[in-house]
Design a protein around this ligand. Structure first.
Ligand code: ZN
Length: 293
């Protein structure tokens, strides 16, 4: 552990690190198709303790996407404990307000209750995408209030912002892969989610792309629109730390994902590996313009 700690310190020195997380629970759900997206709070505490110890040489932001209640509870209790770290809670504002769950949770619910859950999950997450009516669908309604799929309410999300080291971000209203929407639907989705976000939570400074992999789930068109809407930080799921100079207005920034199926050592090694690769590649890179996605 002491060797790993030393390696992590050297690799992260002077860099910014954003972690990319979803849900927090001590036990995995037996019906969960992607158990890596749920992390144990006790494991994450150890990782954040290690990163807190590096606060003088690296700035860490702990980001959670999708707005689950278990993640909100974690942020609420840990923001004061890890006061040298920043937290960012990215929420789908219309889902929080209308209590409409996610399609992947509907799929898990159908499987768990003997309903018809199609084998092709990717298609299930995307088919018949209708940005105007997605969150009014009967099957999704109320799912956000049902265990184990509970999303934080608007008031619970708002309450997080009382911590000085917690920010809130927009994660779109419908959580569709934005690249696959036509121009009109994309504009509607981004504008309406910004409007809904700001009605509840104040100015939209942060936006986190749904799914978020560059070239697969978003591209230039999406970045340009978000910059025109005034987003100051746009978060992807490209896995890397980044130097401070990439934090320009409207910057698209990378985040390092930690999987809940890993041990704590595996998580710390992964952060170290990503930081080492970043340093190695940076030697051959001219740093200006956008972060190389
Ligand atoms: Zn998401």
């Amino acid at each position: 552990m002491s060797v790993l700690r030393a390696m992590m310190r050297e690799s992260l020195r002077g860099l910014n690190l954003a972690l990319y997380l979803h849900r927090v629970a001590e036990a995995h759900r037996p019906t969960d198709r992607v158990p890596g997206l749920t992390i144990k709070g006790s494991s994450l505490d150890v990782v954040l303790g290690e990163l807190s110890a590096l606060a003088s040489i690296t700035q860490t932001t702990v980001t959670f996407d999708d707005g689950y209640k278990d993640a909100a509870d974690y942020v609420d209790t840990r923001a004061p404990r890890f006061s040298s770290l920043r937290f960012l809670f990215n929420v789908c504002p219309q889902k929080a307000e209308q209590r409409a769950g996610f399609r992947w949770d509907l799929h898990e619910h159908l499987r768990g209750t003997g309903g018809h859950a199609p084998d092709n999950v990717d298609q299930f997450l995307w088919e018949n995408a209708d940005v105007a009516n997605e969150n009014a669908r009967e099957e999704l309604k109320g799912l956000a209030d049902r265990e184990p799929f509970r999303l934080a309410t608007v008031d619970e999300v708002k309450a997080l912002a009382r911590h000085s080291n917690v920010s809130l971000g927009n994660h779109s209203n419908c959580h569709f892969p934005l690249c696959r929407l036509n121009d009109e639907d994309l504009q509607r989705e981004l504008e309406s989610s910004k409007r809904d976000f700001e009605r509840h939570f104040g100015p939209m400074r942060h936006f986190a792309f749904p799914f978020g992999f560059p070239g697969v789930h978003f591209g230039r068109r999406e970045i340009t629109l978000l910059r025109n809407l005034g987003a100051e930080r746009i978060w992807s799921t490209k896995e890397s730390p980044y130097a401070s100079q990439w934090q320009t207005p409207g910057a698209v920034l990378p985040r390092v994902q930690l999987l809940g199926t890993w041990s704590v050592k595996h998580m710390l090694l992964w952060i170290t590996q990503r930081a080492t690769v970043y340093r190695f590649r940076r030697a051959r890179r001219v740093e200006h313009g956008d972060f190389p996605l």
